[in-house]
Design a protein around this ligand. Sequence first.
Ligand code: PEP
Length: 257
Amino acid sequence: SLNRTPLIAGNWKLNLDHLQSIAFLQKLHWSLKDASHDFDAVEVAVFPPFTDLRSLQTLVTADKYEIAYGAQDLSQHDSGAYTGEISGAFIAKLDASYVLIGHSERRTLHAETDEVVAGKVAAALRHGLVPVLCVGETAADLEEHGPSAVPVAQLRAALEGVAEGAEIVVAYEPVWAIGSGQAATPEQAQQVAAALRAELAQLLGEDAAASTRVLYGGSVKSGNIAGFMREPDVDGALVGGASLDLDEFASIVRYQK
Ligand code: PEP
């Protein structure tokens, strides 16, 4: 992971209302503080539902938590007649650092195309949010095209038109590993992370590729995180199910211990 600060991020999906999210973040903060977690050494971020963001902003600001937060999605559009959509401007105004883009559940359940994903990446960057761009192949893709072809193609499509040097985070999440209990092996994650980084060098330049964090996601738990983190091109994890269990998530954050 070179000079890249590891990032452990929790995707809460459609879980935890604003009151539950306040309680969870307070407990997470104190659990990590009690364990003397070095937040500069391993960054922590959570991705709550939109309706929690304002509450988390208040909590994090008032109590000076060193936990970052972001939205799970955003609109490609900044304003206008788009009922139900949330603008990057609104998310940025709540001091969010990040926004998930192109999660496999959005791609499949909400029919997000590569073109929509690219529009959302552009919108995030326009508003100073760091996109956490999710890419990953299905089991059928893996059989048909091998491990890296689909994630690399998704990366290329999503970064169409993005300026050299842009700050993004990439999350490699094999669809077959998400919520299945069947994580990729560290070697599999490393192979695709390295291929994504090579493509990043083409798309954003060598310096950006060297500083961009590539996360692994898909059935990460306290028992398998250390193996992923030992790989040179894996710079952290995007955690779904296990991010809702306080002790489990805190243990993942503290993978070095
Ligand atoms: C995810 O949905 O981003 C994810 C990685 O889920 P899980 O950890 O539950 O596999």
